[in-house]
Design a protein around this ligand. Structure first.
Ligand code: 3PG
Length: 212
């Protein structure tokens, strides 16, 4: 899949932590079956790059992102492993340059208005807002929209079905991201049907919010 805009592919980006590389393909496939053909695989475990490579090889109909990019090497390694987009929880000029050097679409992380302005100066109009709930939530994003309408966001960090609609109703939110679609206990018992169900429920809620 090739994205037009990372924020407009699906309304919910599943943020996934994988501890066993063998779980990567079943999780990605379950998300696709549930109606969310995008994954942000976080580079937080020793098997994460292998997980990216396995999904790249075996789940062609998913848009495959690598998240938690916090240093320049990770940007390059994720691209080599087959990631199609990159996401960072925060961003520095060096990190943004490294992500740009991969040639992949990417979402730099921001958490303050000054960081939003810095990213805009650097040519970005799409950003990850992290940690969303801790940094001001949907109210923060609505407040930013008036003075800085050019910036659009994917909030992640504390987003759940309880606050999803509030975020999606903010005019500068393209999509949200979150790990609630792959709860650790559900992954541990390899209940892929439950992951599809959670993805389907999130998709339905998000679509209904957008249509209302
Ligand atoms: C991320 O990396 O985007 C966040 O850790 C996801 O946050 P959550 O676990 O609160 O959904």
């Amino acid at each position: 899949m090739t994205p037009k805009s990372l924020l407009d592919v699906v309304p919910v980006i599943p943020v996934v932590v994988v501890h066993d590389a063998a779980d990567a393909v079943p999780i990605a496939s379950a998300l696709v079956r549930g109606g969310l053909p995008v994954i942000e695989l976080t580079l937080r475990t020793p098997v994460a790059l292998e997980a990216v490579a396995r999904i790249a090889a075996e789940v062609p109909d998913i848009l495959l992102g690598a998240g938690t990019i916090v240093d320049t090497d990770q940007a390059e390694q994720a691209a080599k492993a087959g990631a199609q987009f990159l996401v960072s929880p925060g961003s520095t000029p060096t990190l943004r340059a490294a992500m740009r050097d991969t040639g992949l679409p990417h979402l730099p992380g921001v958490a303050t208005v000054s960081e939003v302005l810095t990213a805009l100066e650097d040519g970005y109009t799409e950003m990850k807002f992290f940690p969303a709930e801790a940094a001001g939530g949907a109210a923060f994003l609505r407040s930013v929209h008036s003075p800085v309408p050019a910036a659009r966001f994917c909030p992640t960090g504390g987003v759940t079905t309880a606050n999803l609609a509030d975020y999606l109703r903010s005019p500068n939110v393209g999509c949200v991201g979150g790990s609630w679609l792959t709860p650790p206990d559900v992954v541990a018992r390899r209940d892929w049907a439950e992951i599809s169900r959670l993805a389907g429920a999130a998709r339905e809620l998000a679509d209904a919010t957008r249509e209302s």
